[in-house]
Design a protein around this ligand. Structure first.
Ligand code: C2E
Ligand code: SIN
Ligand code: SIN
Ligand code: FE
Length: 363
């Protein structure tokens, strides 16, 4: 949230109304963005961090209800309070508004003091929620991610690095800051389902038998089940479920293709593979940056370029030096910590809570 100058998007097809709202809100330190129709409004929401939406009901094209439905139906934006300005006597508008997820109603012609009071109240509630939530939420996500690593000693800082790679791609794709932060945090849960995979499979030095693959390929769904249905974990759930899907439809568990794979899954897929390639696993050696990039961009039979969303792949190519920086940064940290302790097991998840971590033996 823009705490100092909250950003309020006003949507109305009558320029006079927009001017009026701008004057009312502008004098109180709010930053006002204006949209003359629904299309423009959704465009602005995708490009800016909007803290509150004030919308008229009737507009040509996408009307106020539809704007609200789109905002509330999209995990990236649903936290944005929507205030709908309805005619004083329109009960049907209000009922439709409630169904669309409107947070508050204001009647036209509106009272300036009431507009300001409603807006202030909604923004304060939103800010408090965010502050309380952010810390506790990040802590919970990281705890769960740490728990998922206990069984999989190969991974090291994998979970934290992949969060950073995802953020690099999301940022480059121009996604809203909120979305970038959300994928950065929640990507750490992509493999939480591996807690259900027996360690004789996870730690098997060689290739897997078809039977073992069948078990391994259940980790996305098991993860989604662990993460559950809480809306705050929506991104994590999508990522867990779809991070092994492929653009050409050849992935698992669902065999989704193209844009039917949620964007967060498409981003995670490339982040996951880059990191898996860079690291030594029990079943494979570590590859250097150039080799890993080559495997992703040119293919090696197992991994092929057409497995990736072309736009995400292009973005990876544009930002691969940042991927390398992230990888090297964590590698430097973890060798430092390893030198400092005589603790010989693979340091797992160093950087989340090193002190806590150092006290936990990995079997
Ligand atoms: P992971 O080791 O973290 O690998 C994640 C993904 O990175 C893999 O998904 C694959 O797409 C890519 N990847 C990893 N290593 C290589 C590699 O050497 N070459 C290429 N081209 N791509 C690589 P995938 O294949 O669906 O595997 C999912 C998980 O299954 C792996 O996660 C790992 O835990 C396990 N796994 C995969 N192959 C083996 C294996 O041969 N032996 C054992 N023990 N486990 C395996
Ligand atoms: C990991 O085990 O570190 C990640 C692999 C995967 O996405 O399956
Ligand atoms: C498989 O999914 O059965 C094999 C591994 C791969 O294609 O990477
Ligand atoms: Fe996975």
């Amino acid at each position: 949230m823009n705490t100092l100058n909250p950003v309020i998007l006003c949507v109305d097809d009558e320029p006079g109304n927009l001017k009026l709202l701008e004057r009312t809100l502008g004098t109180c330190g709010y930053l006002v963005l204006k949209a003359g129709d629904g299309r423009e409004a959704l465009d602005i929401i995708a490009r800016h961090t909007v803290d509150l939406v004030l919308t008229d009901v009737m507009m040509p094209g996408i009307d106020g209800f539809e704007i609200c439905r789109r905002i509330k139906g999209d995990e990236r934006y649903r936290h944005i309070p929507v205030v709908m300005i309805t005619a004083l006597d329109s009960k049907t508008d209000r009922i439709h508004g409630i169904e669309a997820g409107v947070d508050e109603f204001l009647s036209k012609p509106f009272d300036h003091a009431e507009v300001l009071a409603r807006v202030k109240m909604l923004l304060r509630t939103k800010q408090l929620d965010e502050m309380l939530d952010d810390d506790a939420f990040a802590y919970t996500v990281h705890s769960l991610a740490r728990a998922s690593e206990a069984n999989d000693e190969d991974t090291g800082d994998h979970i934290l690095r992949v969060g950073e790679y995802c953020a690099i791609v999301a940022e480059r794709l121009g996604l809203a800051e909120q979305w970038v932060q959300s994928i950065k945090l929640q990507a750490t849960l992509h493999d939480v389902g591996k807690v259900h995979i027996p360690s004789y499979i996870l730690k098997k030095p060689g290739g897997l038998t078809p039977e073992e693959w069948k078990i391994m390929r259940r980790h996305p769904e098991m993860g989604a089940k662990i993460i559950g249905d809480n809306l705050k974990f929506h991104v994590a759930k999508q990522i867990s479920l779809t991070h092994h899907e492929r653009w050409d439809g050849g992935g698992y568990p669902l065999g989704l293709a193209g844009e039917r794979i949620p964007l967060e899954g498409r981003i995670m897929n490339i982040a996951d593979q880059y990191d898996a390639l860079r690291n030594a696993r029990v079943y494979k050696p570590a590859f250097d940056h150039a080799t890993s990039v080559r495997i992703i961009t040119e293919g090696d039979g197992r991994t092929m370029p057409h497995h990736f969303d072309p736009q995400v792949l292009r973005t990876f190519v544009e930002t691969d030096s940042l991927f390398e920086e992230v990888y090297e940064k964590f590698a430097a940290n973890s060798s430092l910590i390893q030198q400092e302790s005589n603790f010989s097991a693979t340091p797992s998840s160093v950087g989340i809570l090193p002190a806590f971590q150092a006290g936990v033996a990995l079997e």
